[in-house]
Design a binder for this molecule. Structure first.
Ligand code: HEC
Ligand code: HEC
Length: 433
């Protein structure tokens, strides 16, 4: 016998500490044949990730129409309407395509021209207090106004959009917002004017009366508010993982094991344990909605590399914030914005933790879409490179090649199952009719 004494003591340790030490060795298998035995602590974490624990939607204090069905229906029509663009060809759905879980499959979104960042999924988006990869919007209605005025996305202007509403949506607008006063004020206003337009459009905007600008801003804000009401209805649906948690909770191991393979279950164990993914990807949407430097920003991103530092600077400014002129909130309702953390080295190159629901279907990944596969994403976490700007929060992981496969296998269990009853909010309004 040439077994070294050290190994003997390890074996004994294994016998006596069956749960901690021996179950670890399951993870080492090339392809796991047996599912893990969960500890009570692990079961608690696993349950916290289930959709069953999704709380009610947070209140949108700055938008009093956020929960009105009529506003959501108007918002759905606007979301799919290409007339809300400079060239008549771009709608929100050009990039947020319902059949692709509201993403576009591209590294970076393309509207009138290409943008710098990867299109985010919109499923469950209403749960986040901050929108965009850098969180530069504090409400969904304010967020929607960004792409509308961005020259590379919809490329239009505030008066252009107000005219579209006056011409095509007058009745629906009156129904939702209870007035058409601001639409009536539009009659003699320029066809295209706005603060972010080209020089002619900007000049035309500056030449308008303050009252007229205010009326146009009101219509513009209301477009956003209808779109917010719509996007609040894009709620996550259960995945195979959620069914698995339900089976575990019901103490039905056979059903649980039929739902997730041993490898997928070992991937889950790594996700909540040795790989520490739940440090940031936690809760039923697998996101803490917070900002972290995970060494994704690249040297060629220049100012965009600032991430949250720039985002938090932008979110505090502007007439469309929770504290701005067009908000329906009382100042006390805007605590998140008033007390937002706006200083600190950890905000440099920090980006928002995205949801991992449907993640296997929404490649490519990260805010600049440079990773084309989940294997690449997991390899990034394992090596944990330094950040080009600021300091990365990641530490290298002791996770071997087989375990990396198991992590990827687990991520595949987070895809929504097909809907049992068609969800009209997930389709274009014309397709739904
Ligand atoms: C050109 C493609 C494109 C168009 C058109 C577009 N988006 Fe986006 N969307 C993106 C990209 C890219 C991001 C991330 C941008 C960033 O963080 O800088 C994004 C982010 C978002 C977010 C934030 C999601 C989150 O989790 O923070 C929402 C909400 C959203 N878009 C809704 C809309 C709405 C509503 C419209 C129409 C008014 C729209 N988008 C038009 C590409 C697009
Ligand atoms: C320190 C917080 C943190 C930890 C720990 C973490 N993530 Fe992330 N994750 C993020 C952030 C932030 C992003 C977006 C980064 C960016 O684009 O700049 C992200 C992005 C992702 C994406 C891409 C999603 C998409 O839609 O683009 C995947 C997949 C992912 N993480 C999986 C994991 C896995 C698996 C682990 C564990 C090995 C993990 N994450 C650990 C914060 C974290």
């Amino acid at each position: 016998m040439s077994v070294r004494p050290g190994l003997w003591s390890l074996l004994w340790l294994c016998v006596f500490m069956a749960v901690a030490a021996c179950s670890q060795s399951d993870d080492q298998a090339a392809v796991a044949t047996a599912p893990p035995q969960w500890t009570d602590e692990e079961l608690t974490v696993i349950r916290s990730l289930s959709l069953r624990n999704l709380p009610p939607l947070p209140v949108s204090a700055s938008n009093r129409h956020a929960d009105h069905d009529s506003a959501a229906k108007l918002g759905q029509q606007l979301f799919f309407d290409t007339r809300l663009s400079a060239n008549g060809k771009v709608s929100c759905a050009s990039c947020h395509q319902p059949q692709q879980d509201f993403t576009d499959g591209l590294p970076r979104g393309v509207g009138i021209a290409a943008v710098d960042r990867h299109t985010m999924s919109l499923i469950g988006v209403a749960y986040s207090p901050w929108l965009f990869w850098d969180g530069r919007a504090d409400s969904l209605w304010r967020q929607a106004l960004g792409p509308l005025e961005d020259g590379r996305e919809h490329g239009g202007t505030r008066t252009r959009y107000a005219h579209v509403i006056a011409k095509h949506y007058r009745d629906a607008y009156a129904d939702v917002f209870g007035t058409t006063a601001e639409l009536d004020a539009l009659k003699d206003l320029p066809p295209s004017a706005g603060p972010l337009g080209n020089l002619d459009e900007l000049t035309a905007w500056e030449q308008m009366d303050a009252d007229d600008r205010d009326a146009v801003n009101q219509v513009f804000a209301n477009i956003g508010k209808a779109m917010e009401a719509y996007q609040r209805r894009l709620l996550p649906r259960p995945s195979r993982f959620d069914d698995y948690v339900e089976a575990l909770a019901a103490n039905e191991p056979d059903r649980a094991n039929a739902l997730l393979s041993p490898d997928e279950q070992h991937g889950l164990r790594l996700f909540i344990g040795a790989a520490d993914c739940t440090h940031c990807h936690n809760g039923p949407l697998l996101s803490n909605n917070d900002f972290h430097n995970t060494a994704i920003a690249t040297a060629d991103e220049f100012t965009l590399g600032e991430g949250r530092l720039r985002g938090v600077h932008l979110v505090k400014q502007g007439e469309f914030s929770c504290l701005g002129t067009y908000s329906d909130a009382e100042p006390d309702d805007c605590m998140e914005l008033r007390y937002v953390k706006d200083k600190g080295a950890e905000l440099v190159s920090a980006f928002r933790t995205p949801t991992l629901r449907n993640v296997a279907r929404t490649a490519p990944y990260m805010h600049h879409g440079n990773f084309s596969s989940l294997e690449q994403v997991v390899a990034h976490y394992v090596t944990a490179p330094d950040s080009v700007f600021g300091k990365s929060e990641l530490l290298p992981l002791e996770v071997d090649a087989d375990q990396q496969k198991q992590l990827v296998a687990f991520l595949h269990t987070l895809n929504e199952k097909p809907a049992e009853v068609a969800d009209a909010w997930r389709a274009s309004p014309t397709a739904a009719e």
